[in-house]
Design a binder for this molecule. Structure first.
Ligand SMILES: [Cu+2]
Length: 125
């Protein structure tokens, strides 16, 4: 009989430990470690008159998330070109297009329409 009682106690002990999983929840709000940097959000619109604004700035050497929206059928803003980045994007009317890149350590990132008539730039600072 003592053997059975021992087995019963053991059974409940196992059961209790199996249920004892109230460990603190994983910290999902932990800040990302290291040097990951959130991109600088910038936005520009383009219409028949050009880019608005045409002069922007962003921290040197840091990532940029530039949203470009063409708001007019006038002009030739259907395409935006970033010569120094060898980057080219089509701009559908009223549809924001996101361009992500890293700012140079100094100088600026220029952008223009496909024919290099309308121009703008982002200065690294
Ligand atoms: Cu043009």
């Amino acid at each position: 009989m003592t053997r059975l009682r021992f087995a019963t106690v053991l059974f409940f002990l196992v059961l209790a430990s199996a249920c004892g999983r109230n460990a603190p929840a994983a910290d999902t709000n932990a800040a990302p470690g290291g040097d990951s940097v959130a991109p600088t959000p910038l936005s520009v619109t383009v219409d028949g008159a050009g880019y608005h604004p045409s002069a922007l700035s962003a921290p040197a050497g840091r990532p940029v998330r530039l949203t470009v929206t063409r708001t007019s059928e006038e002009g030739c803003g259907q395409e935006i070109v970033f010569p120094s980045l060898e980057l080219r994007r089509d701009l559908p009317l009223n549809r924001p297009v996101v361009v992500e890149f890293t700012m140079p350590a100094s100088g600026s990132v220029a952008f223009a329409c496909g024919m290099d008539m309308m121009r703008g730039s982002i200065v690294a600072q």
